[in-house]
Design a protein around this ligand. Structure first.
Ligand SMILES: Cc1cc2nc3c(=O)[nH]c(=O)nc-3n(C[C@H](O)[C@H](O)[C@H](O)COP(=O)(O)O)c2cc1C
Length: 156
């Protein structure tokens, strides 16, 4: 069993639906999930140390921008060392915004890579509400994360 922190921002519920689905999939593997939302909970990058993996979900805003409630967290991610920390990024966007679809997910993913995190290769961008194929992709993500966490425990 690993401890996983799930942070997300969602206004109309799409990113929340993805977060809840992934959390349930990981719970089936007996992982302990702590869910927090950017608008309701105090979130401090330092607390990442308490978890084996951190998953961050966000919708995207004007021109692929970070939602305002995620901005402070994103800024805080400047000076931390996340070497080897298992991280995943996901969220809902709208393909109507062709050039900036899921832009906030890219910003987060890139920042985590720069900080040395072990970022899950599938940056899950979902067009509006998740459909059946999207849930299958989330399941694959949860399966892959489960394998990665087991490998980490074995290597220790
Ligand atoms: C004013 C406005 C700007 C938006 N800009 C973008 C954008 O640049 N890229 C994108 O992928 N989605 C954009 N969206 C779409 C939202 O990210 C999308 O509706 C998403 O599903 C909302 O997620 P939520 O249900 O978790 O809040 C925009 C939506 C609004 C209302």
């Amino acid at each position: 069993m690993s401890k996983i922190l799930m942070l997300y921002a969602s206004v109309t519920g799409n990113t929340e639906e993805i977060a809840v689905a992934i959390a349930e999939m990981l719970q089936k593997y007996n992982h302990e999930i702590t869910m927090k939302t950017f608008d309701m909970d105090a979130i401090d990058v330092e607390e990442f140390n308490e978890y084996d993996a951190v998953l961050v979900g966000t919708y995207s805003w004007d021109d692929g921008a970070m939602p305002y409630e995620v901005e402070d967290f994103y800024d805080e991610l400047e000076d931390v060392d996340l070497t080897g920390k298992v991280v995943g990024v996901f969220g809902s966007g709208d393909t109507f915004y062709l050039d900036t679809f899921g832009g906030a997910i890219d910003l987060l993913g890139q920042r985590f890579v720069e900080l040395g995190a072990d970022v899950m290769p599938d940056w899950i961008k979902i067009d509006l509400e998740p459909d059946k194929e999207d849930f299958a992709r989330c399941q694959k993500f949860a399966d892959d994360l489960n394998v990665k966490l087991a490998e980490k425990i074995e290597a220790e």
